[in-house]
Design a protein around this ligand. Sequence first.
Ligand code: HEM
Ligand code: HEM
Length: 187
Amino acid sequence: MSPRNSATQWGSLSKTFHWLIVLLLIGQGILGLTMGDFPRETRVELIGLHKSIGITILMLAIARLLWTLFSGRPSPAPGVTPLQHKLAMAGHVLLYVLLFALPISGWLLTSYADRPSSWFGLFELPRLVGENHDLHEMLEERHEQLFWLLTLVAVGHAGAAVYHHLFQRDATLSRMLPKGWLRDPRS
Ligand code: HEM
Ligand code: HEM
């Protein structure tokens, strides 16, 4: 299986980026929503982990976007209508925007709180802005809202993929999964 995308297939690298980011986002969301409930010392460690995973997601999103621009995207699977293709593209653009906006809002909110952050203890994250209590509070809210917006768009996106497989019976979902996991309904 080629790492590059072809005119009809997603390559292994795009699939790896896609599913790795999905798994990290699920873990990151659960961590974000629960880390505040732990006792102080554990909480501080979990928030550190949350920041490191968040920055990892940002780096993966950048790498993935560059890879997609370099490697191209397959044409829509046979059977996908032009309107569905347009809607899917709009959804993908929105998902990319949120994949960037969410970790950047997290990075900004910690910078406004003037708290030191590192990436798994290996290097310090530069502070993007100076301390500002009001903007910190405002961004805490935005960070959470962006998370729920991403969840909503991702559920719609996943629902559309399952619809393509079950009802429209085309290869949209099977060709994004590892080879052999799901049969192309038209083959
Ligand atoms: C795509 C990546 C990310 C996701 C999905 C995510 C998700 C979340 C969620 C769901 C919460 C809980 C919100 C709440 O209940 O108030 C949260 C809180 C938080 N996140 Fe993230 N986050 C991401 C990236 C980041 C990054 C990169 C940083 C910092 C470098 C960060 C810093 C924080 C902090 C400090 C909190 C606690 C805010 C508070 O005290 O209310 N996050 N995040
Ligand atoms: C947070 C979760 C998710 C995010 C952020 C996300 C993001 C994306 C993005 C940006 C693309 C465009 C491909 C690219 O440019 O690399 C894509 C494609 C795709 N995603 Fe997701 N995705 C998520 C979850 C899911 C889930 C759960 C499923 C399946 C149930 C799924 C199925 C697909 C399929 C089938 C494609 C290919 C669509 C096509 O060929 O046009 N995604 N996803």
